[in-house]
Design a protein around this ligand. Structure first.
Ligand SMILES: Nc1nc2c(c(=O)[nH]1)N[C@H]1C(S)=C(S)[C@@H](COP(=O)(O)OP(=O)(O)OC[C@H]3O[C@@H](n4cnc5c(=O)[nH]c(N)nc54)[C@H](O)[C@@H]3O)O[C@H]1N2
Ligand SMILES: Nc1nc2c(c(=O)[nH]1)N[C@H]1C(S)=C(S)[C@@H](COP(=O)(O)OP(=O)(O)OC[C@H]3O[C@@H](n4cnc5c(=O)[nH]c(N)nc54)[C@H](O)[C@@H]3O)O[C@H]1N2
Ligand code: SF4
Ligand SMILES: [Mo]
Length: 678
C-alpha cells in the first residue's frame, strides 16, 4: 500500500490536505493530513466518504451524444474523436453564423484548482472570442463590500488566530457545516474562556453551540451593524488612538450611525434593543474579539452594503491590532498568483463582432438563455457547475437549456440535471485523478496535488479537453498546449512578495506552503489599508438600510408571508453529492416554526407544497424549533430530478441581484406553504 498526498478540491474555505491510501492502483481510504496546521488530521463527513463518489457505478466514463429529445437524459456512447469533432464543428458553425459571442462558457467552483478551474478554459474561451462569464454566483456582493471597506485589500484573520480570541462572533456563518476546520481553534479559545456568539436567522448546529444566539430577520444585517456602531460611537467606545491614526471619515459615519438607535434597530432586525446595546459594549470592550463573517449575509438585496458596514466594526474598535482580532470573510486575495499568465486575457482583444466580448452574469443565466440578444446564446459549454440545480429562477434556466437551437456541452462526473440537457456529455476527472494547485479561502496555505489514481474509463481533465479542442479548431498559440505543470509554474511567477520563494519544486516537495504573509498575519495592525496613506475610508454613503424587496418589511410583502432561506446543507456541497440518498433526504426538508405550521394545519413530517408566483416545490415539513417565526429554511441544494415534481428550490428564487457586484439574492425570497392533499 502507498500513501499519496492530495488536496480536497471542493468549494470550501478549508481546502484540506488529504492522505490517500492506494492499493493496487485503487484508492481505499481518505483521511485528513495530521501534519497540516489547519486540516489537523480530520475531514468533514461528506469527503470522508468521497470514495463512494469516486467509484460510484453512475460515474460518467465515456463521451456520449444525445439520442433522445432535448433534456430527456437519453444518450449513446461515442468515441472522443467524434465528440471533439462535433463540438469543434458546432462552435465554428455558431461563431461563423452568429458571432463568437454567441458562445458562452458556464463554470464555477466544482474544483478550486487553478489549472482545471480557471486556467486552460479561460485561455481557450478568450482565444475563441466567446462571451465572458461574470462569475458572481457565490461571493461577488461580499467581495465588493469588503473591497470598499478596506480599499481593495480583502484580507482576513487566519483560523489559527481564533485560538487567541476572547469573543468570537459567527455572523451569517454556519461554521460546523461549511467551515468545520475553524471549529477546533474556536474550541481552544473557549477552553481559555472565550465566548462564542451567533447572528443568524436559522439556529443550525452552529447556533445550537453558541453562548448567545441572535435570531436576526433575514437581510437586516446592515441595520444591526449600524445599530452596533450607534452604541460604540455614541458611547465613545471606539479605539480613538487607532481610528485617529488609521481612518478618515469617522464623523460622517458617526452621524449616519446616530440615525439607528437600538429601538429602531430592534424593529428592523427583530433583536431586542437591550441585546443590541449589550453586544455592542461587549464587542468593543473585549480584546481580542473577532468576527467570522461568511457569505450568508450577502445573499440578499443589500448584501454588499451589509458586508461593508460589518467590516468597519473591527476598524472602529481597533481590533485589527490584536492577534486573534480582526475579522474573516475570505483569505483568498492573499493568493497573489500571476492571473494574467494563468488566464491570458490578452488573447481576447476582440470578438468576431469587432468589439470587446460582452460580460454575461452567471446569476442571470435564465435571462441570458431566453432573452439576451445580439447575439442570442447559441452554444453553451458547462463544466465545474450544475446550473439546472444551482442557478436562480430555475424554470427559466431550464426553458433556456431546453432550446432546440442551443448546442450544449457538459463536462461532468455524474448525469445530473444539467447533464440531461447536453448535446455532448463528456466524462471529467476528479481531483484524485488530475494535477492541480489550490488556493484557499479559509487559510493561507497554497497546495498542490498530483493524481493519486488513474482516471476511470475514458475520463479526461478539463484542461486536457480544452487543449484537444484548441487543436481541433486550428489554434496555434503555444499557451493553449501547455502542460498542467507549465501552467502551475507560470501562475507562481507573479513577483508578489507573498509568493516569493514559492516555487514549483518547493510545492512538489512540501505540498503545502504558507504564503509569505508573516505569522501571525496582521494585515491592518498599523493601518495598511488600501486607502490614501494606508487609511481606512469610513464612508456612510450607501449605508442606508432598505429592507429586502422579498421580506416581511419589504415592498413585495403581502400574499406570501414566509421568508425562505435555502442555505447550505451540512453534509453536502451545493449539488455535488445530490446522488446520495442521505443528502437527498436532508435536502427534502423544510424547517418551520411551530406557529407557522399550526396556522397552516401542518404537522411534523407532512409533505408540503412551497410556492410563490414563480413555481412550487414539494418538501417535507420539519417543525423543529430551529427557525424563528416567519422564516422557513430548505437545506440545499437537492437535485431537481430527484424531487417529486422535478422542481428544485431555486425555481422559487428570483433573478433579482444584489446592490453591488451583481450577486444573486438566494436568501431573500418570499413563499407560502400548504399541506399537500392526501
Ligand atoms: N457542508 C457544506 N459546506 C459548504 C457548502 C455546502 O453546500 N455544504 N458550500 C460551500 C460554499 S459554495 C460556500 S459559498 C460556503 C458558504 O458558507 P456559509 O456562508 O457559512 O454558508 P451559508 O449556508 O450560505 O450561510 C451561512 C449562514 O448564514 C445564514 N444566513 C442566511 N441569511 C442570512 C441573513 O440575512 N443574515 C444573517 N446574519 N445570516 C444569514 C444561514 O442561515 C447560514 O447559517 O460554504 C462552502 N461549504
Ligand atoms: N438555493 C441555493 N442555491 C445556491 C446556493 C445556496 O446556498 N442555495 N449556493 C450558491 C453558491 S454559494 C454557489 S458557489 C453555487 C455553486 O454551484 P456549482 O458551482 O454549480 O456547485 P455544485 O452544485 O457543487 O456543482 C459543481 C459541479 O462541478 C462538478 N465538478 C467537480 N470537479 C470537476 C472537474 O474537475 N471537472 C468538471 N468538468 N466538473 C467538475 C461536480 O461534479 C458538480 O456537479 O451554488 C449557488 N446556488
Ligand atoms: S469539503 Fe472542506 S472540510 Fe470537507 S474535506 Fe473538503 S476542504 Fe475539508
Ligand atoms: Mo459558494
Amino acid at each position: 500500500m502507498a500513501v499519496h498526498h492530495s488536496v480536497c478540491a471542493l468549494d470550501c474555505p478549508d481546502c484540506c490536505s488529504l492522505l490517500v491510501n492506494v492499493e493496487d492502483g485503487k484508492a481505499t481510504k481518505l483521511r485528513g493530513n495530521p501534519d497540516h496546521p489547519v486540516t489537523q488530521g480530520f475531514l468533514c463527513a461528506k469527503v470522508t466518504q468521497y470514495l463512494e463518489r469516486e467509484y460510484h457505478p453512475d460515474r460518467l466514463l465515456y463521451p456520449m451524444r444525445r439520442s433522445g429529445a432535448k433534456g430527456s437524459g437519453r444518450f449513446e456512447r461515442i468515441g472522443w474523436a467524434e465528440a471533439l469533432d462535433t463540438i469543434a464543428a458546432n462552435l465554428t458553425r455558431v461563431s461563423d453564423r452568429y458571432g463568437s459571442e454567441a458562445i458562452l462558457p458556464y463554470s464555477y467552483a466544482g474544483t478550486m484548482g487553478y489549472v482545471q478551474g480557471r486556467g486552460m478554459d479561460r485561455r481557450f474561451f478568450h482565444r475563441l472570442g466567446a462571451s465572458r462569464l461574470d462569475r458572481t454566483i457565490c461571493s461577488q456582493a461580499g467581495m465588493v463590500g469588503a473591497s470598499e471597506a478596506y480599499g481593495g485589500l480583502r484580507y482576513g484573520t487566519e483560523p489559527e488566530q481564533y485560538a487567541h480570541s476572547k469573543l468570537i462572533i459567527a455572523w451569517g456563518a454556519n461554521i460546523l457545516g461549511t467551515n468545520v476546520h475553524l471549529w477546533p481553534f474556536i474550541q481552544q479559545a473557549r477552553r481559555n474562556g472565550a465566548r462564542f456568539y451567533v447572528i443568524d436567522p436559522v439556529k443550525n448546529r452552529t447556533g445550537n453551540l453558541a453562548d448567545r444566539f441572535y435570531g436576526i430577520f433575514p437581510g437586516s444585517d446592515l441595520a444591526l451593524a449600524l445599530g452596533l456602531m450607534h452604541v460604540i460611537l455614541g458611547e465613545g467606545l471606539e479605539d480613538k488612538a487607532y481610528t485617529d491614526a488609521y481612518t478618515v471619515g469617522i464623523e460622517e459615519l458617526r452621524r449616519k450611525a446616530a440615525e439607528y438607535p437600538p429601538q429602531r434597530v430592534e424593529a428592523l432586525t427583530g433583536i431586542a434593543k437591550e441585546d443590541i446595546v449589550q453586544l455592542a459594549r461587549e464587542y468593543a470592550s473585549t480584546r481580542p474579539a473577532t468576527i467570522r463573517l461568511n457569505y450568508g449575509v450577502q445573499r440578499s438585496d443589500r448584501g454588499a452594503a451589509a458586508v461593508r458596514a460589518i467590516c468597519y466594526l473591527p476598524v472602529l474598535t481597533g481590533s485589527w491590532k490584536d492577534v486573534g482580532g480582526g475579522m474573516t470573510l475570505s483569505t483568498s486575495q492573499a493568493f497573489q498568483v500571476n492571473a494574467a499568465a494563468l488566464e491570458r486575457p490578452d488573447l481576447q482583444r476582440k470578438s468576431t463582432l469587432g468589439r470587446e466580448a460582452r460580460l454575461v452574469n452567471m446569476s442571470a443565466l435564465g435571462s441570458a438563455l431566453t432573452a439576451l440578444a445580439n447575439p442570442k446564446v447559441h452554444a453553451l459549454v458547462v463544466y465545474n457547475s450544475n446550473p439546472a440545480a444551482i442557478a436562480p429562477d430555475q424554470n427559466t434556466v431550464r426553458q433556456g437549456l431546453a432550446r432546440e437551437d442551443l448546442f450544449t456541452v457538459v463536462m461532468e462526473h455524474f448525469q445530473n440535471d444539467t447533464a440531461d440537457y447536453a448535446d455532448i456529455l463528456l466524462p471529467a476527472t476528479t481531483f484524485l485523478e488530475h494535477t492541480d494547485a489550490y488556493l484557499a479561502y479559509g487559510h493561507y496555505y497554497l497546495q498542490m496535488a498530483r493524481p493519486a489514481v488513474a482516471a476511470p474509463g475514458e475520463a479526461k481533465s478539463n484542461a486536457e479537453v480544452f487543449r484537444l479542442l484548441a487543436a481541433r479548431l486550428g489554434f496555434d498559440d503555444p499557451c493553449l498546449f501547455e502542460s498542467d505543470e507549465e501552467i502551475i509554474r507560470g501562475l507562481l511567477d507573479s513577483g508578489h512578495e507573498f509568493l516569493k520563494g514559492v516555487t514549483f519544486e518547493r510545492l512538489a516537495a512540501e505540498r503545502s506552503v504558507r504564503l509569505n504573509v508573516g505569522q501571525p498575519f496582521q494585515p491592518f495592525a498599523q493601518g495598511g489599508f488600501g486607502g490614501p496613506q494606508g487609511k481606512c475610508e469610513l464612508k456612510p454613503e450607501g449605508l442606508e438600510y432598505v429592507p429586502p424587496v422579498e421580506s416581511r418589511l419589504g415592498s413585495a410583502a403581502g400574499r406570501y408571508r414566509l421568508e425562505l432561506i435555502c442555505s447550505k446543507n451540512d453534509d453536502s456541497m451545493n449539488s455535488t453529492f445530490g446522488h446520495r440518498d442521505k443528502v437527498d433526504g436532508d435536502t427534502s426538508e423544510l424547517w418551520m416554526h411551530t406557529d407557522d405550521a399550526d396556522e397552516r394545519g401542518i404537522a411534523n413530517g407532512d409533505l408540503v407544497r412551497v410556492y410563490n408566483d414563480r413555481a412550487a416545490c414539494v418538501l417535507k415539513a420539519s417543525v423543529n424549533g430551529s427557525v424563528r417565526e416567519g422564516v422557513v429554511r430548505a437545506p440545499s441544494v437537492r437535485w431537481p430530478k430527484r424531487s417529486p415534481n422535478r422542481t428544485g428550490i431555486n425555481a422559487l428564487v428570483s433573478e433579482r441581484l444584489t446592490d453591488q457586484g451583481g450577486g444573486p439574492t438566494f436568501y431573500s425570497c418570499l413563499v407560502e406553504v400548504e399541506r399537500c392533499g392526501d
